[in-house]
Unconditional design. Structure first.
Length: 387
């Protein structure tokens, strides 16, 4: 089968990028012809290893430049970029002759453009962020002309989901919401591409907490820092190692300094040896405002590292079995996050037992179990495009 997968860019070392690239590799190994189509990649290298058999095309549509425009220029430039995207994709479709097109980007403005460019080829959407995160991007903007334009675009675009053959949701909670907009919704988790053969080949560092992810606003790592500051004085040996890059790095560094925790909270650059870092840690903390089905939790669990997360929309509660494989804190309640962090710090045996159970639970995400579901979803969809 000939498959096109569209995503904004494959330059970031994020969970969505890794999953899409690994799925492309798997599909190629199964004999499918796969093309990855980006529109903001530019000259940046692809972030993860990609088989030579997988074709790559960039449509050169830099939507991110809209943020620099005045309201009127924003509107006009957006229309120009959308037209360029549609025409470039139409040419790519005519050349590659796909049998299915996957829109894996979370930017809903492109749904109708993809449907028009597809020329009756079935289109599927898959979202790597939660419904709540996407809806907030639609309705959570401040007042102003540019904000009103953004909301108008999004509301119009999201209606285009009715024309898609299928929508794939990572969680059951999100699927309940998306069924209001899409004709057919199925739930398939992302696969865990690395399940370590052992977890004791790297010694665990005493008193170490790990946090992993992009340093972006929705990850709310500031809340982890605040929670740790509430208990740090009582547990002077404990420290946090962050691994990530992003727009919030400077403000997080400033927060750490203002709390006098420079020697106990360190922000490291992303590493390709992240599984070794999981293995070195006593626990992982995730304090996001929104999540899809966060791979960071599953990866840490596969390393027998128990996880503490806010019970945010929509994935953590479908990964962590509360008080069995980890802990869930009340969503947004920093004091509760601090309390549960301290519980894990002070209950060593229970923490280790949670880690052992977490590793077992992570087995259900092994690729040989999950990728077949994704392949079947891609190869059996029917065209529902009717305008």
């Amino acid at each position: 089968m000939r498959i096109i997968i569209i995503h904004r860019s494959f330059a970031l070392t994020g969970g969505a990028e890794r999953v899409i690239i690994e799925k492309a590799n798997y599909l190629s190994k199964q004999g499918h012809s796969v093309m990855l189509v980006s529109y903001e990649q530019g000259a940046h290298p692809i972030s993860f290893p990609l088989l030579d058999a997988v074709k790559v095309v960039d449509l050169d549509c830099r939507f991110f430049t809209l943020s620099q425009c005045s309201p009127l220029a924003h509107y006009l430039h957006f229309l120009q970029l959308k037209k360029k995207f549609r025409e470039s994709l139409r040419q790519t479709v005519a050349t590659f002759h796909p049998e299915v097109i996957i829109l894996a980007s979370d930017w809903q403005f492109l749904v109708k453009s993809v449907l028009k460019a597809a020329n009756q080829v079935p289109v599927m959407c898959e979202f790597h962020n939660s419904y709540d995160y996407i809806v907030k991007n639609i309705s959570g903007h401040p007042n102003g002309i540019k904000a009103k334009l953004t909301k108008s675009y999004a509301r119009h675009a999201i209606k285009g989901l009715k024309g898609c053959a299928q929508l794939i949701s990572l969680t059951e909670q999100d699927a309940k919401h998306w069924r209001e907009y899409a004709r057919r919704v199925v739930v398939i988790p992302n696969p865990l591409f690395v399940y370590p053969e052992t977890t004791d080949d790297v010694p665990r560092l005493p008193a170490r907490i790990i946090c992993v992810g992009r340093l972006n606003a929705e990850k709310r790592f500031d809340r982890t820092i605040t929670a740790f500051s509430m208990i740090a004085g009582k547990h002077p040996d404990w420290h946090i190692d962050f691994f990530g890059e992003g727009a919030e790095k400077a403000s997080l560094q400033q927060q750490i300094q203002s709390l006098g925790l420079e020697k106990r909270i360190i922000i490291h650059s992303p590493t390709k040896a992240i599984f070794d870092e999981y293995k070195k840690s006593q626990l992982l903390v995730l304090s996001s405002e929104f999540e899809g089905r966060p791979m960071v939790l599953i990866e840490a669990m596969s390393c027998a590292t128990p996880c503490l997360s806010f019970d945010c929309p929509s994935g953590p509660a479908e990964i962590i079995d509360d008080r069995v494989t980890g802990l869930l804190a009340k969503n947004g309640d920093v004091a509760d996050l601090a309390e549960k962090m301290e519980w894990l710090i002070t209950h060593e045996e229970e923490r280790k037992e949670m880690g052992r159970k977490a590793r077992t639970a992570a087995e259900r995400y092994k690729p040989e179990l999950v990728l077949k579901e994704w392949e079947q979803a891609y190869t059996t969809c029917e065209n529902l495009t009717d305008g």
